[in-house]
Each structure stands twice: as structure tokens, then as C-alpha cells.
Design a protein around this ligand. Structure first.
Ligand SMILES: Cc1cc2nc3c(=O)[nH]c(=O)nc-3n(C[C@H](O)[C@H](O)[C@H](O)COP(=O)(O)O)c2cc1C
Length: 247
């Protein structure tokens, strides 16, 4: 059915074709903000700032990386959570330019970084359970909702058990206008690639920290959006990751 070919149509219509590049001018006055800040925050938790850790061998981390879906009931440390956040969507030190812009530990088309991270903390030492937003420039976790949300996380992730059992769930949200500002409709290609890099760092850092993790693409998008409080159009959940101590 033609109506069901929206993916095929997107792939064809978003191709760059010689002689037909969009050629629009970038309007820096309308450039969307680089970071999301929540106004209604219950409390803000500063994250540990030392992210140095030793690994035996980078090759071993690459070789051993895999999706692990079983977790022990133990909590993960706030230090480990902070390290995961830092190397997925956190800033790289140095290179600060106009508008408090920082490079990151992941590449991103146009350096636009069209992603934000929300964390559901189920068992993280030193912080209460709840839904948090990772405040990237402040390197803090902003508590948005208190309480136990493991059932909600599992429901969002098509009822997958690992999402109920994890110590923490990462919800990666696309901020579409950040990338659309430059790439117009082609932005969706780059947004998914950009967030894919975030997922790979999530795997590699988890492996290096000897944590178990798995990323999740099977999500009920709008159930996740409603839970976080996103409009599902400009800001929409696209990918998740679950992490915990290995069982
Ligand atoms: C984009 C993406 C979405 C995924 N979604 C799920 C998922 O919803 N459930 C799941 O159990 N695994 C999911 N995975 C993990 C894959 O099943 C896994 O990477 C694949 O089987 C290869 O195994 P490995 O990661 O252990 O090498 C996803 C992986 C990626 C990259």
C-alpha cells in the first residue's frame, strides 16, 4: 500500500542530488539552543566530576562488548552513572566557544548535537528513585519526577523485562529543530546516526566499567513522550539504554 511506504519515500526524497542541493542560508538569530534547561526542577544533584578510570585494554573492551540483558539487584554507583553520562552526551573539556558551545565525546552532523538524555534511576547509590534530566552544561541531574518508574520504563520498552530489572534506564530524546535548522528534512537521517553514536559509547563505557547494558529501539514512542512531557514532534524519544551490575 502506497501509504505504508513513508520510509521508502523519506529515503528517496531526502537524498542529496547533484545540482539540487537545498542551498538555504543559515539564520544564526533563529538557531535553536544547544542545551535544554527545565524550569520546574524538584532538586538538582551535582554529579561527580572525576571521570578518569583505568581499563586493561581498549581492544579487549571492543571484543567483549555485547548486549547484556540480565542484571543483579545491586545498585550502580553515582560515579558510574556520571561517567556514562559524561561519555555519551556530556561535554568534552576545552574548545568552549560562543554561546557556551562545547564539543562532545560523540561526533554529530554539523556539531549540532540534537540529543538530550533523561534517566530513570531505579537503583543508583546516593540518589533517590525518579526521572531525571541530564543538565549537560551544569553536569547535574535535575529531578523531574520522584518515585518508582521501573514499570513505566518497561511498558515504554514494549514490556521487555530488562527495562524493569535495570538499575538505570537512559531515554535518549531527539531535539529535531537543532538539526533541522541546518539540514531541513534530511535532518532525520543525521539525528538517528548521531544518537547511534551515543548508543555505541554507552555500550563501550559500560563494558569498560564492567557493567551490563543493552540499548533498546523497540519503544512505544508516544507513551515515552507523555511520561517525560515531550510534544513528540519537536522533541521525541527515539532510543533507550538499560544498565546495571551484571547478574
Ligand atoms: C538500534 C538498536 C535497537 C535495539 N533494540 C533492542 C531491543 O529493543 N531489545 C533488545 O533486546 N535488544 C535490542 N538491541 C540489541 C541488539 O539486539 C543487539 O545489539 C544485537 O542482537 C547484536 O548483539 P550484541 O549487541 O550482543 O553484539 C538493539 C540494538 C540496536 C543497535
Amino acid at each position: 500500500m502506497k501509504d505504508n511506504r513513508y520510509g521508502d519515500e523519506f529515503q528517496q526524497r531526502s537524498k542529496y542530488r547533484r545540482g539540487h542541493l537545498p542551498g538555504h542560508r543559515l539564520d544564526f538569530h533563529s538557531k535553536p539552543s544547544t542545551y535544554k534547561q527545565h524550569e520546574s526542577v524538584i532538586k538538582s544533584v551535582d554529579l561527580p566530576s572525576n571521570h578518569e578510570f583505568r581499563i586493561d585494554s581498549f581492544i579487549k573492551v571492543l571484543k567483549d562488548r555485547r548486549s547484556r540483558r540480565a542484571f543483579s539487584p545491586d545498585a550502580i554507583t553515582l560515579q558510574d552513572l556520571s561517567t556514562l553520562l559524561k561519555f555519551t552526551t556530556g561535554t568534552r573539556s576545552g574548545n568552549i566557544s560562543r554561546d557556551n558551545f562545547h564539543f562532545r565525546h560523540v561526533p554529530s552532523a554539523g556539531g549540532l548535537f540534537p540529543h538530550e538524555t533523561y534517566v530513570i534511576a531505579n537503583r543508583v547509590e546516593g540518589i533517590s528513585r525518579g526521572l531525571y534530566h541530564y543538565n549537560i552544561p551544569k553536569e547535574s541531574l535535575d529531578l523531574l519526577k520522584t518515585g518508582d518508574h521501573e514499570k513505566t520504563l518497561a511498558r515504554i520498552c514494549l514490556d521487555q523485562d530488562m527495562a524493569y530489572l535495570c538499575a538505570a534506564g537512559f531515554l535518549w530524546v531527539a531535539i529535531i529543530p537543532r538539526s533541522k535548522w541546518k539540514y531541513l528534512q534530511r535532518c532525520y537521517r543525521y539525528i538517528y546516526m548521531d544518537i547511534g553514536h551515543v548508543g555505541q559509547n554507552f555500550y563501550l563505557v559500560s563494558e569498560a566499567l564492567k557493567l551490563a547494558c543493552c540499548t533498546i529501539g523497540a519503544i512505544y514512542d508516544d507513551e515515552g513522550n507523555e511520561f517525560i512531557g515531550l510534544d513528540g514532534i519537536d522533541e521525541t524519544l527515539v532510543y533507550a539504554g538499560v544498565v546495571g551490575k551484571p547478574s
